[in-house]
Design a protein around this ligand. Structure first.
Ligand code: NDP
Length: 473
């Protein structure tokens, strides 16, 4: 039933976007205002350089904190700071704690990547469509993530529990070597895509050059790099190796906890449940994901290439790394409270996103909270000079604030962190990061939608003045 509904979404998205040819003189207008930044300031370039340098260091730092210091975030820094000779202490710490290359872990990583690529390319798939790109393309995507998730997890469980090919803690046991392999791939992919964008782009008119090597490397040049018609780098890397692995990493760390203390704590079970809900929702609604900002706005550079390969799997799972080292037994009240926060968040997250998809798929002819949907009918122009029609929902959740879906996401994220208790800050990295990411995203989305919809976006802002929390922000 739900699948049927998603199929309908695809069809109507495609057919209800009407096109009329308008003046030819719109290309630079569209390119400048809609889509990734093109003119970047010196300050932006400096910040970009900071992100390129600091992100890998931060991942490494969290790895060292967990591996050598029981996830106490300040411990490595304090050890160096308090030493009589900081440089010698730093060298000693790095010599002792840095992950080392492991041929076995490298084989594991690249086998995993190949498996995901094969599943993505060859499993039966529905075809979904993204949003129209700034250059006017409406691209098809293979939607088969749920099946890939089920097959991957079945292989992992069967290999570990039935055939005895590996221990279920295999990911935990090879975490350092995997980090090296994932980094190697993340960097390779970043530079490959940078070169591909110049030499053999998939959709040349959708590229954006800023004139800054650093900014282009970080934020990407190509919008939808592909191999052939369907192998989409963005959907594959955003969705597959990292997000399929997300739940498997947690399971592996739960298995490691079992080996270490003889049982799996209720906090670890709740964490696995919350993460699995989020991940399975992602795959169950993968078609919806094609019309979110990740796919509809971001170009493919280090931010996504390295981010999906390293940042996501290493940092989004920090809570399970913490719980292996610091087992937490929640009281029934704590368990119930965290469960309630998490699933309230999930309910909000899914309902808000669903309202947007339904209103778009029915062209606004639907009921929202028992009343006919209130919409603003908009038009926008792509750089091929064509005008398209769309609509903005301004009732239901989308009448409360312009990003109420983020409230739901923040609640789930908070619940995930709360499973770790309150002794250490490191497991709360996720909620801190998500808050910064989503607040920044509100700003990015505002710029994008203002550029895309102009006066219609102003009208929407008047109708719905709050960005996130009604009457607060
Ligand atoms: P949205 O799904 O809210 O997408 C924003 C886009 O929706 C806008 O650019 C616009 O695009 C369209 N839109 C905006 N307002 C309206 C409206 N009133 N009616 C209809 N369409 C509208 O945001 P995201 O893509 O950022 O997030 C999707 C989900 O993913 C969220 O729930 C978020 O919390 C989650 N997320 C999770 C992350 C994680 O790492 N765990 C990271 C980022 C997001 P257009 O008009 O072009 O269609």
């Amino acid at each position: 039933m739900a699948v049927q509904q998603r199929k309908t979404v695809v069809t109507t998205e495609t057919t209800k976007t009407t096109e009329t040819t308008t003046t030819k003189n719109v290309e630079h207008q569209v390119g400048k205002t809609w889509g990734r930044d093109r003119d970047v300031s010196f300050g932006t370039i400096l910040i970009s350089l900071g992100i390129l340098v600091m992100s890998p260091i931060w991942v490494l730092y969290t790895y060292i904190s967990c591996n050598g210091y029981q996830c106490a975030m300040s411990a490595p820094a304090l050890e160096v700071y308090n030493a009589p000779d900081a440089l010698i202490a730093l060298k000693a710490l790095l010599a002792r704690e840095l992950p080392t290359f492991s041929p076995y872990a490298a084989r594991l990583f690249f086998t995993w990547l190949t498996l995901q690529a094969v599943l993505y390319a060859f499993l039966p798939a529905q075809i979904g469509y993204g949003q129209r790109t700034p250059a006017g393309h409406l691209l098809p995507y293979k939607v088969n993530g749920l099946l890939a998730w089920v097959i991957s997890h079945s292989i992992y469980a069967a290999g570990g529990l039935y055939f005895g090919w590996w221990k279920l803690s295999i990911i935990h046991d090879n975490w350092g070597g995997l980090l090296i392999a994932a980094n190697a791939y993340g960097y390779f992919l970043t530079f490959f895509c940078y070169i591909k964008a110049h030499l053999f782009p998939s959709h040349a008119a959708d590229r954006k050059f800023s004139g800054s090597f650093i900014y282009d490397l970080l934020m990407g040049i190509e919008f939808n790099p592909r191999f052939g018609k369907y192998f989409d780098f963005k959907l594959f890397h955003n969705g597959r190796p990292g997000i399929v692995a997300w739940t498997m990493i947690n399971l592996s760390f739960a298995a490691a906890q079992y080996q270490k203390i003889g049982y799996v704590t209720n906090s670890m079970i709740l964490l696995n449940l919350l993460h699995a809900t989020y991940v399975l929702d992602f795959f169950y609604n993968e078609d919806w994901y094609l019309r979110t900002i990740d796919i509809a706005h971001d170009h493919f550079g280090f931010y996504l290439a390295w981010g999906d390969s390293v940042w996501l799997p290493w940092l989004y799972t920090l809570q399970s790394h913490y719980l292996v080292r610091n087992p937490v037994d929640l009281t029934p009240i704590q368990f119930g409270f965290i469960f309630a926060v998490g699933f309230t968040g999930y309910f909000i997250f899914r309902s808000v996103n669903h309202q947007k998809d339904i209103v778009r798929s029915t062209n606004g002819e639907c009921m929202i909270w028992g009343k006919p949907a209130k919409v603003i009918r908009t038009s926008f122009v792509t750089s091929d000079g064509k005008t398209h029609k769309s609509l903005l929902l301004c009732s239901g959740y989308w009448g409360l604030s312009r990003h109420f879906n983020y409230v739901g996401d923040l609640l789930i994220s908070l619940a995930m962190c709360m499973t770790c208790g309150t002794k250490h800050l490191l497991p709360y990295f996720y909620i801190i990061y998500m808050t910064i990411l989503l607040l920044h995203r509100i700003q990015r989305d505002h710029t994008r939608c203002k550029g895309k919809y102009g006066k219609y976006w102003e009208e929407y802002m008047k109708a719905v003045p709050y960005k996130l929390i009604p009457y607060v922000y």
